[in-house]
Unconditional design. Structure first.
Length: 206
């Protein structure tokens, strides 16, 4: 995949003012440490622009490599991620990075979330594209993310196209909906249009 992108949509009428950074990366296939180093540079840039939260694309630390997922899978307590937590604590920024994670029954497509002086969380993709089902399993329920007293719902790529996902998010009280996406260039416009639909639909309900 030549382009990895993250797009964001939501309703800010009830939300506390915040600055959201969505990062675009081009990961090195399977090289987690090199990708961590690149993430740190983008996090520093987000900090310099006073972002409250920075979210990276789907599987940003490994690249979108289903066939390598078992080999690359890890968990939120991987010591290689310690610097993300230290930066989150020191700079008061929420960070979300994409990585395959291990569960008792298989491998999930996940986002590991670091918040200042809070326990790490993992959001795992609940709705898989049919092509992913050979390599991954669906994630379980997620307790939710709150930044600056604002409820944020997370989505990972294909979940954008699943209407039930966004409906459940806003029924649960989400004020902002952030999608972490891995797309070819020709798929970005479709994702943006879908996010616009979600934003328009739910802004009418507040």
């Amino acid at each position: 995949m030549n382009l990895l992108n993250v797009v964001v949509s939501g309703n800010l009428k009830k939300a506390t003012k915040m600055k959201i950074c969505t990062a675009q990366t081009r990961p090195i296939k399977g090289n987690i440490q090199s990708n961590i180093d690149n993430h740190k540079k983008l996090i520093d840039l987000a900090i310099s622009n006073r972002a409250d939260i920075v979210i990276f694309p789907e599987l940003s630390l490994t690249g979108y490599e289903p066939k390598l997922s078992k080999e690359l899978a890890t968990n939120q307590d991987d010591s290689r991620f310690d610097d993300f937590q230290k930066t989150s604590d020191a700079k008061q920024i929420t960070i979300g990075v994409g990585v395959p994670t291990k569960s008792n029954t298989g491998i999930c497509i996940s986002m590991v979330i670091f918040q200042p002086y809070k326990a790490k969380q993992t959001y795992s993709k609940q709705y898989l594209h049919p092509d992913e089902e050979e390599f991954f399993i669906s994630g379980q329920s997620f307790t939710g993310l709150k930044v600056n007293k604002t409820n944020i719902a997370l989505a990972i790529c294909y979940e954008l196209s699943v209407h039930e996902h966004s409906e459940n998010a806003f029924k649960s009280g989400a004020e902002i909906y952030i999608a972490s996406v891995a797309k070819f260039v020709n798929g970005v416009d479709k994702a943006i249009n879908r996010l616009s639909e979600i934003a328009n639909k739910y802004s009418m309900q507040y």
